[in-house]
Design a protein around this ligand. Structure first.
Ligand SMILES: [Zn+2]
Length: 279
């Protein structure tokens, strides 16, 4: 037996094993959906990341409307109802719902760990409470399905992020490293374009959750119409650029409604409050 050959084999096996170990170390089973995902952040790290990045994210769109503002309180109430009645209630995340002051940008988004945002620009275009629930339900779906964290893992930032978040969360040292990581997250999330399957998954979560909270899920179609109209009126809504493939989504929403409510949506499910006094 050649000694050098044996050593090489041993080294090769060690390298292969470490690759396999690294691969499985990055795998985690989603506690709500049961899906196996390649994410290196823990739920706690996602939460820390989201909480740390939230102020910077809010500042990009006019800042937070104060929590005692009636519109901000309404957004929060609808969001909390969806969390309480849906699968999000048994997730490891704590959800916060923010209304942002920007009246021109039409957008809604979520950070990993449960920080959810909607701009005044989008809220003012929605006609009913159920449509607001549709937007927020979709964003909760992104959090539950861990799309942001998946995206960050793909961007290969997650390794350094998890260290920085760990350091940043544990003590005052490593603050600049954590601050750098957070600015990276914010720029990643601003540029984030969800994939077609991410969008459909988030819609499915919204559709399944709306009826559980008493809302008519067909309101999701109304949201799509409003976004399409805003696009046609010049200027792509931000929501469309970060949440692409509207045509595909409308078809999937129709298919879901036809399958789950072949005889039409039950009358007990409501549109909720009307949001536009003028209509
Ligand atoms: Zn989306």
């Amino acid at each position: 037996m050649n000694n050098r050959f044996t050593v090489r084999i041993v080294i090769a096996i060690a390298i292969a094993l470490s690759g396999v170990v690294a691969y499985y170390a990055r795998s985690s089973v989603n506690p709500v959906t049961g899906e196996n995902q390649h994410i290196s952040l823990t739920a706690e790290q996602e939460t820390a990341l989201g909480l740390n990045a939230a102020p910077q994210m809010a500042a990009q769109m006019g800042g937070n409307v104060p929590p005692d503002d009636p519109d901000a309180a309404f957004v929060r109430a609808v969001g909390e109802r969806l969390v309480l009645k849906g699968d999000a209630s048994r997730s490891p995340y704590h959800f916060d719902f923010h209304l942002l002051n920007d009246t021109r940008t039409i957008n809604a988004f979520a950070l990993p760990g449960g920080q959810v945002f909607i701009t005044r620009g989008l809220l003012s275009r929605l006609k009913t409470e159920a449509q607001l629930a549709g937007v927020l339900g979709h964003e909760i779906g992104h959090v539950i399905n861990r799309h942001g964290a998946e995206h960050l893992s793909k961007a290969e930032l997650a390794g350094s992020l998890s260290i920085a978040v760990g350091v940043g969360a544990s003590d005052g040292r490593g603050g600049s490293q954590a601050a750098y990581a957070i600015s990276q997250v914010v720029s990643q999330m601003v540029q984030l374009k969800y994939s077609r399957s991410d969008e459909l998954e988030a819609d499915q979560y919204g559709l399944a959750t709306l009826p559980r909270a008493g809302y008519d899920p067909s309101a999701m179609l109304g949201v799509m119409e409003i976004l399409a109209k805003a696009s046609a009126g010049g200027g792509q809504p931000e929501f469309m650029s970060s949440h692409p493939h509207p045509e595909n989504r409308i078809e999937a929403i129709r298919a879901w409604l036809g399958k789950n409510y072949p005889g039409g949506v039950p009358g007990a499910l409501t549109q909720g409050r009307s949001l536009r006094a003028g209509d």
